[in-house]
Ligand binder design. Structure first.
Ligand code: HSE
Length: 435
């Protein structure tokens, strides 16, 4: 048997401790699978004195993760600190600089510096592995990079943030407000330290940036992603979606268009019968449309200690076996620059909720403005608010579903609708994603 693979782990939060436990539990199996023992020999975290309910005595302790990363005591550095800058970045750079393989769960670091880090790993002949950075326990990185080599991918999309899916699920199933559900997600520990990272869509966008590169063989470009969060979703939208045969999900979507690759994160109406619509709570899902396999959906836990540790340990096992694949499938020099399709050119159906003053001519004016931009309506529903019968001039919800059109036409038509003065509030617009 080969000598042990000596591992250093930086970051001893929920995931870090789960990795230590899992490596212990699977020690014999991993040695058999990889042909060598895998042994954590050193750790680093912010506070040595903190009670973690875990005996760290047997590991060498480093206060500075970058020092651990470059230490001759280890062969492989596992970064579970998080954050695109600061200690995480310094430590990963130090490890690669010292010629050590790296396993990381850090989506922000990879989305921002993935190309530079991958190039450095290639130059040093070491591995940079990040299965845990996208959708936690779902093996989507390996699927895109290795298992779908026989396919050209047209679209990859998914529910990549458990916090948002939890909030949208509870709003729908219990008719709770957005704020109530967010507070509950925070209490249960699903949300990031700054929840705006989850609900504003940035967490999903970082994960999507990585998936886009793997799916399309392109350079990562997080700036090319159009991002909208779920803050504006109200119970009125959730209810309307249910009535119209849809469910609202925060999706990250990357698809090939004639203009290039479109990358977008936004609340989305998905058909209620679709696989992705069935994914509830903190669960994640990723769907891939590709020419040979047609459609593939992977569903599983996107966060949490053991699920994320499962992905980290899989990467460690690959490295113990001696696997050194280019991190993004192709060598960095062979990745194509990302040709960005702007969101203004997006084509698809739209859900529009308007708060319309109930006056003669209002609906006709709206329909005329839509027709002026060649927007064909699949349905138009005006609702009566309970108790509003007497208030003729009160604003009532009007919901439009359009046939396929484009983003620019929708915005221009709605600008004119607003200018006509029949609207009491900013229109709510939610893109519909085809199956
Ligand atoms: N806050 C993230 C989520 C954790 O809710 O999915 C995993 O990135």
């Amino acid at each position: 048997m080969l000598p042990p693979l000596r591992v250093g782990v930086a970051g001893l939060g929920t995931v870090g401790l789960s990795v230590l436990r899992l490596l212990d539990r699977r020690s014999a199996a991993l040695a058999a699978l990889t042909g060598r023992p895998v042994a954590v020999v050193a750790v680093s975290a912010r506070d040595r004195a903190k009670d973690r309910g875990f005996d760290l005595q047997r590991y060498i302790w480093f206060d500075d993760p970058a020092e651990l990363a470059a230490s001759p005591e280890i062969d492989l550095f596992v970064e579970l600190i998080g954050g695109a800058e600061g200690p995480a970045r310094a430590a990963v750079e130090a490890a690669l600089g010292a010629g050590k393989s790296v396993v990381t769960a850090n989506k922000a670091l990879l989305a921002n510096y993935g190309m530079t880090l991958a190039k450095r790993a290639e130059d040093k002949g070491v591995a940079l592995a990040f299965e845990a950075a996208v959708a936690g326990g779902i093996p989507i990185v390996k699927t895109l990079r290795e298992a779908l080599a026989g396919n050209a991918v047209d679209r990859v999309y998914g529910i990549l943030n458990g916090t948002c899916n939890y909030i949208l699920t509870r709003m729908e199933t219990e008719a709770l407000s957005f704020a109530q559900c967010l507070a509950e997600a925070q209490r249960l520990g699903y949300a990031e330290a700054d929840p705006s990272f989850d609900i504003g869509g940035q967490d999903t966008a970082y994960k999507l940036a990585i998936l886009t590169s793997l799916a399309f063989g392109t350079m990562i470009d997080p700036e090319a992603i159009a991002i909208e969060g779920i803050e504006s979703i109200s119970l009125a939208d959730i209810d309307a979606a249910a009535e119209l045969g849809y469910r609202i999900k925060l999706l990250g979507v990357a698809n090939r268009t004639p203009a290039g690759i479109e990358q977008r994160v936004h609340p989305t109406m998905v058909p209620r019968s679709s696989a992705i619509a069935q994914v509830m709570g903190v669960t994640n899902a990723v769907s891939i449309d590709a020419d040979a396999v047609h459609e593939l959906t992977l569903i599983g836990p996107g966060a949490g200690g053991d699920a994320t540790a499962s992905a980290v340990v899989a990467d460690i096992a690959d490295i113990a076996k001696g696997q050194r694949l280019p991190p993004f499938g192709l060598p960095v020099a062979a990745l194509a620059p990302l040709q960005r399709a702007p969101i203004q050119m997006h084509e698809g159906g739209y859900y529009i909720r308007l708060s319309v003053y109930d006056r003669p001519g209002a609906a006709a004016a709206i329909a005329t403005r839509m027709a002026g931009y060649n927007i064909s309506l699949e349905s138009i529903v005006q609702r009566r608010r309970p108790g509003d019968e007497a208030k003729h001039a009160a604003a009532v919800p009007v919901i439009l579903i359009t046939h396929a059109t484009n983003e620019k036409s929708i915005h221009q038509a709605l600008e004119e609708v607003v200018a006509d003065g029949f609207i009491a509030e900013k229109p709510q617009v939610i893109r519909i994603e085809r199956e």
